[in-house]
Write a new protein. Structure first.
Length: 347
């Protein structure tokens, strides 16, 4: 089965200079895929010519006359740029012409436009961004929310846990993945009132056999792999994600510097190049690029704005896998089964 993905080529810090080479590389690795490149047609086609790929039969170009800048206010992105590459790419998902959309554009704008165009699933108040982080077990830790919702109520975090469980179950083949609630300690008395109330909701679900709630976890548990999923609000999640990426780059930079210090250390690096490559792959932030916007009536994947071509290709792969494993249908089914019929707050 061919899976078609729409790409917001103009989004991110680098635009077509990154998104198009990434798209072309992805097509080489996944012959069962087709891509729709959305953006200023002249610019997109010029980049395709530069890459000698203007006649690729598995690529099509859809013109969009505007682009959402990284610093555009939400009002401008949502109300005034109705023909932006971001919006057109999302509309292709709504119209059924693409199974998923990938964008490295302004996170707030992407969430707002996706929510406006695609709408949320029944029972979902706020979509959340979910992505992966490495752990010492060699399996990913899924974490959400990573920046879409800075201020949350207990029922929002509860919904994030449900959506995360469905995603991990679909992608990793785990019947009931374990869920940890990020806190300043593992004891029940720790944390603010929102976290305590969320824990009670998740404990009730666990008692009924609906979810596999492990309990409170701390920041180091993310990288231990204590649970399959870690739930938190978007403020904490985004800070954690950026800090982890920074540490990964710091470790890589420090190791490279030390191994170049002398001929002896360079020889040691040569002898251990296999282990060093595996180490670098594990801690390379590019491999974990691509966060799923969960809770929408369509698949949207958010790439980091500063992603290079390698990282953006990983984001495309995330969208491909989500479509391939029919995550959207599983989300709809499981959310309908697990989500409370009513929730306080945003209704």
């Amino acid at each position: 089965m061919t899976i078609t993905i729409s790409i917001d080529c103009m989004g991110g810090d680098h635009g077509p200079a990154v998104t198009i080479p990434a798209a072309l590389s992805f097509l080489q690795h996944y012959p069962e895929s087709e891509l729709i490149l959305v953006g200023l047609e002249d610019v997109v086609r010029a980049e395709l010519r530069k890459c000698k790929a203007e006649h690729n039969p598995r690529l099509s170009v859809v013109h969009a006359s505007e682009m959402v800048e990284m610093d555009d206010p939400l009002e401008v992105a949502l109300r005034k740029k109705k023909d932006s590459s971001m919006r057109v790419a999302i509309e292709l998902v709504k119209d059924g012409k693409a199974a998923a959309c990938v964008s490295a554009g302004n996170t707030g704008a992407l969430m707002a436009i996706s929510r406006y165009v695609l709408k949320t699933m029944p029972g979902v108040d706020r979509p959340a961004i979910c992505s992966m982080l490495p752990n010492q077990k060699g399996t990913p830790t899924y974490m959400l929310d990573l920046g879409a919702n800075v201020d949350c109520e207990p029922h929002h975090l509860h919904q994030f846990a449900i959506m995360g469980a469905v995603l991990v179950s679909a992608l990793e083949g785990k019947d009931k993945p374990s869920i940890g609630l990020l806190n300043v300690g593992t004891e029940d008395i720790k944390g603010n009132e929102v976290v305590k109330a969320t824990a009670k909701l998740l404990q009730d679900d666990h008692a009924r056999g609906k979810l596999n709630f492990y309990g409170n976890v701390e920041g180091n548990d993310i990288f231990k792999g204590t649970t399959d999923i870690v739930v938190c609000d978007g403020f904490v999640g985004n800070v954690t994600l950026k800090a982890a990426e920074g540490i990964g780059r710091l470790v890589k930079h420090t190791l490279t510097k030390e191994f170049k210090r002398s001929p002896l250390t360079m020889l040691a690096a040569l002898l251990g190049r296999g282990a060093l490559k595996r180490f670098g792959d594990t801690f390379n932030p590019s491999r974990y690029n691509g966060g799923s916007l969960l809770g929408l009536r369509g698949l949207v994947i958010k790439s980091h704005g500063g992603a290079d071509a390698v990282a953006f290709e990983w984001a495309i792969k995330r969208s491909f896998d989500a479509a391939k494993y029919n995550v959207q249908a599983q989300l709809a089914t499981m959310i309908a089964e697990l989500m409370p019929s009513t929730a306080p707050g945003d209704q």
